[in-house]
Structures are given as C-alpha cells and as structure tokens.
Write a protein that binds this ligand. Structure first.
Ligand SMILES: [Zn+2]
Length: 356
C-alpha cells in the first residue's frame, strides 16, 4: 500500500488522521486510486489500523471529458492530447490510370499534432506547398508552441511540407531516425525530384527541401512525456518507424497501418510482406488505444482495429498474388474484396509492380 503525503484532506473535527490509497488504475492516461482508507493517528504519528475512519472504494470509473477537465483542475494532473488533420486526395499528373478511372489521385494524407499544455509536436508534415500552408494554419490555430516535427518514414508525401512548416515556425526542430534521414536525402535528391515528384505534381513540391536531423538517443520529450520512435523495418518502404506515446496510448503509425485506403504494396515481395505483418504485430504489442494511419479516410476513427485490417489486406494480396496472372486480374480480384477503399490507383500501382 502506498501512503499519500502530497495533499491534506479536509477532516471535520480535530482527529489526526493517516490517509492511504491503493489499487491504482489508469484511465485515459490518468492514474486514479480506486481504494482509499483513512485511519486515526496514534500520538506517536503511526496509524491505528484497528479501526478505519472511512474506507471508500470505487468499483468502476468512466471518465468523460468534463470529468477529466474537473480532475485536471482539482488535482493539477496534466496529460497530452492529440489531433489529426487529413489532407484530401489530390489529382496527380499521371497517365497510368487505374482501369475504369480517368484521373489518377494521390491518397489522402494525415498529419498528427500531439499537444501538452503549451508545446506541441507535429508528426509527418504532408507533401505539397498548399498542404503545408493549410497544415501550418491548422497548427497555428491550436495556439500551441510548435517545438518539434517528427517524420515517420522517408517517402516525400509525408515530409516535403516540412519546408513550409519551417518558414512559418522558424524555431522548430525536425527529427527522425538515422535510417529515415538517409532515405529523406535520397527522396529530396535532384534526380528523384526530376524523375518522379515534379512530373507527378508540377509546381507543387516546396522549394528548399531540408531533411530532418538524426535523433540523439532512443526517444524525445514533450513537456516531460516520452515520445518513442519504434523502428519496424520494411512496411510500405524501407526503414520505417512508428511514434509511440505511452502516456496516452497513442501510436502514430505512418504508412505501417492504412485506414480504409488501398495499401501501397508496390515496393513489396513475399518476404517483405511478412516483415510488414511483423511490424503490425509490433504495433499491437504496444496495446495502443489509438492508431493513426498515414493514409486514412477523413473522419474515420483512429481505432486500433486498423492494425488487423491492414494485416488482412496484406494477407489477401499475398493470396491473390499466388494465382493472378496479370496486373489487371490482380487489380480486379483485390478490388472485389475491397470495393470501397479510397484510391484504387494505389492498388493499380501495387498490381502492376507485382504482376508486371
Ligand atoms: Zn505515404
């Protein structure tokens, strides 16, 4: 049992009392003792445990927002909050159209702001100049002081917008794991921009791309809370990570998990798809309360069930890839299983890469 000395209970009369709590449970990141005992104190200061003055117990606690706000003011318990912005699907200048479509699009992309009382950390600052500007406005509207940007993986669609964020928030630092920083360098190279990004998104990729700094150590902090990058290897590309925020049970998953958007498997083979499934197992082992996908249908909940949904999609692609003879066959068969996911164009790229 833990003795609490950090606050003074108000007691009617002039009993000297000792106050104990135990059976602590965590609700929404807040630790609450569900069992309390108050004993009369002996003249020497020790507790007289032969008879309890009062023994309140709480069997169940459900926190709603107003309750939580109340706890925060009365006990000065701080916690982190988070919010996600989803940039809508974007037309791209590709002539390689998925069957049945006359316009190729880039999948909707998410960015996540994790906030403390004053400061905030932004994860994955989007792709185009316009997306970066809208995101900067959204961050500014939060009223928080943006200290850090974290980048989950090297694909440019999740970080080219950093150039715009740096202009608006000049003191921000950008960090990523070493493997991600290397990948970012390659994505921002003149060859990569000239051969891939600029033709697809003419005039829309920000000028002055600057990569993140490699993170020192295995985590960083937001107002004393730990934010932990977890390296998970190959998922939709190499050297990917997720950001785990243990205090609030949050995993910002980058492109490890997809939320009702077609999964980009063009860089995978059988072995790499197994590695991706292990990465999803790793997310699950963190027992998150929320998982934010890098590509999600706007408005859909960031529910941990997307981990299994993504695993199942990969298993389905694995199975269909065994028998499908052509890209078109593969596309049609996966689409029959997932007729409503956002952006069949991503499936078309996967099918073409896997079946030629
Ligand atoms: Zn992506």
């Amino acid at each position: 049992m833990q003795r609490r000395m950090d606050y003074a209970p108000v007691v009617t009369g002039n009993l000297r009392i000792a106050h104990y709590t135990d059976e602590h449970k965590t609700f929404d990141g807040i630790v609450i003792p569900t069992h309390r005992r108050v004993y009369r104190r002996n003249p020497d200061g020790t507790a007289d445990k032969s008879v309890a003055v009062t023994t309140p117990a709480i069997d169940t606690i459900r926190l709603n927002l107003s309750r939580k706000a109340n706890l925060m003011t009365t006990h000065q318990i701080r916690t982190l909050t988070w919010d996600t912005y989803v940039a809508p699907a974007l037309p791209i200048a590709s002539t390689d159209l998925p069957p049945g479509h006359n316009q190729a699009t880039w999948s909707p992309i998410s960015a996540t702001l994790i906030s403390g009382e004053r400061d905030a950390v932004l994860v994955d600052p989007l792709m185009t100049t316009e997306q970066g500007q809208t995101l900067a406005d959204w961050v500014a509207a939060s009223g928080k002081n943006l200290t850090t940007v974290y980048v989950t993986h090297g694909h440019g669609d999740h970080w080219f917008g950093l150039a715009v964020i740096r202009e608006r928030f000049p003191n921000v630092r950008a960090v990523a794991t070493r493997g991600v920083v290397e990948y970012m360098r390659r994505q921002a190279s003149p060859q990569s921009l000239a051969s891939f990004w600029n033709p697809l998104l003419p005039g829309q990729i920000p000028q002055g791309l600057a990569v993140a700094d490699p993170l020192d150590g295995s985590s960083f902090e937001l107002e004393g809370y730990e934010l932990v990058p977890v390296e998970v290897g190959h998922t939709d590309t190499d050297n990917t990570t997720v950001l785990h925020v243990p205090a609030i049970g949050l995993v910002v998953a980058g492109d490890v998990a997809y939320n009702d958007v077609h999964v980009y498997l063009a860089e995978s083979d059988r072995v790499k798809r197994q590695e991706w499934i292990r990465a999803l197992d790793t997310i699950e082992s963190l027992h998150p309360e929320a998982v934010v996908a890098g590509h999600k249908r706007a408005g859909r909940a960031d529910d941990p069930s997307i981990v299994e949904e993504t695993r199942q999609y990969i298993r389905d692609v694995d199975r269909i890839a065994e028998t499908a003879q052509t890209a078109r066959e593969m596309y049609d068969e996966v689409l029959a299983v997932y007729p409503d996911r956002v952006n069949p164009g991503a499936l078309w790229l996967s099918a073409k890469a896997l079946k030629g």
